[in-house]
Design a protein around this ligand. Structure first.
Ligand SMILES: Cc1cc2nc3c(=O)[nH]c(=O)nc-3n(C[C@H](O)[C@H](O)[C@H](O)COP(=O)(O)OP(=O)(O)OC[C@H]3O[C@@H](n4cnc5c(N)ncnc54)[C@H](O)[C@@H]3O)c2cc1C
Length: 251
């Protein structure tokens, strides 16, 4: 790999917030313009650095939500109550704001359209963001392999990318499918009582171990640990499980 490409990823680059799109009451998608952006792989993230007037800086990691095939670079940020950085990005920052990004980062939690094996995505809360990049890429290139998403949100109003996910195809019709489950409150009429993902959900909504799917699990650390344990219990090969932990968190 060219040394300049590596240096480019590790160097802070100036970025401008070009646009914002509300996803939920507490989350927004941010479109960034980064001069000289080299592109990314689905699943990668960037570090974002903010600098206050007095020179104080704060940086946090945010996954890339957009597909590399898209024209824009998008992040989707959920406001953490009392957080230092996320409430600014998710609720306050206006187009034109200058910030810095470093990346793309992460070489393990990535999916490439050159891979042919079935894929199971499992996300909790904002952990769906890097999985969305994978799903969008899968759709954009009309990938023939199966890609399923199981997404746990706290309640219906907390669902990110709801319109796009609702458009997920019938598996008989295409190769991707999105299933939403709720941990705190389900929509009216939903037969499933709200609860955290359990073994029954895995049996019902996750590709079978016999299909040998590559599994990508992302969300708050307790969510990721619980889901990995369920996948192993169901007989999935640990070698095929990749995980990204966002830290503490609410589910
Ligand atoms: C690789 C990676 C990718 C990430 N991608 C995304 C993404 O795409 N979208 C996104 O919204 N976030 C993402 N995160 C989380 C993000 O980096 C920040 O941790 C999050 O936005 C909180 O930052 P903050 O400055 O607002 O809160 P902080 O000031 O860091 O934390 C404030 C308080 O909230 C607690 N806390 C920290 N994180 C959480 C949480 N998730 N839920 C509840 N409480 C918390 C802390 O323990 C602390 O007590 C990612 C994290 C990693 C490691």
């Amino acid at each position: 790999m060219a040394r300049t490409a590596v240096l480019g990823r590790l160097t802070w680059q100036s970025a401008t917030l070009e646009g914002v799109r509300r996803e939920t009451a507490t989350a927004r998608t941010l479109t960034l313009a980064v001069r000289g952006w080299q592109g990314h792989k689905p699943g990668q993230h960037v570090d974002v650095r903010l600098t206050a007037a007095g020179g104080y800086t704060a940086q946090r990691a945010y996954s890339i939500a957009s597909a590399p095939t898209a024209d824009t670079l998008e992040l989707t940020v959920e406001a953490t109550p009392g957080g230092e950085v996320s409430p600014f990005l998710a609720q306050m920052a206006e187009p034109g704001v200058a910030l810095e990004v470093r990346g793309p980062l992460g070489g393990w939690f990535v999916w490439s359209p050159t891979e042919q094996q079935p894929v199971q995505l499992i996300g909790g809360g904002s952990g769906v963001v890097p999985l969305m990049s994978m799903l969008r890429t899968h759709r954009a290139v009309r990938h023939p392999s199966t890609m399923w998403l199981l997404y746990s949100a706290r309640f219906p109003e907390a669902v990110l990318f709801s319109h796009e996910l609702a458009a997920a195809g019938d598996p008989a019709d295409g190769a991707d499918r999105a299933t939403l489950v709720y941990s705190r409150r389900s929509p009216a009429g939903d037969a499933r009582q709200p609860h955290r993902i359990d073994a029954r959900d895995v049996a019902a909504h996750v590709l079978a171990p016999e299909d040998a799917p590559r599994c990508y699990v992302c969300g708050p650390t307790p969510f990721v640990e619980a889901v990995i344990a369920l996948l192993l219990l169901a007989g999935h090969d640990p070698e095929l499980i990749r995980a990204e932990r966002f830290g503490a968190g609410r589910t």
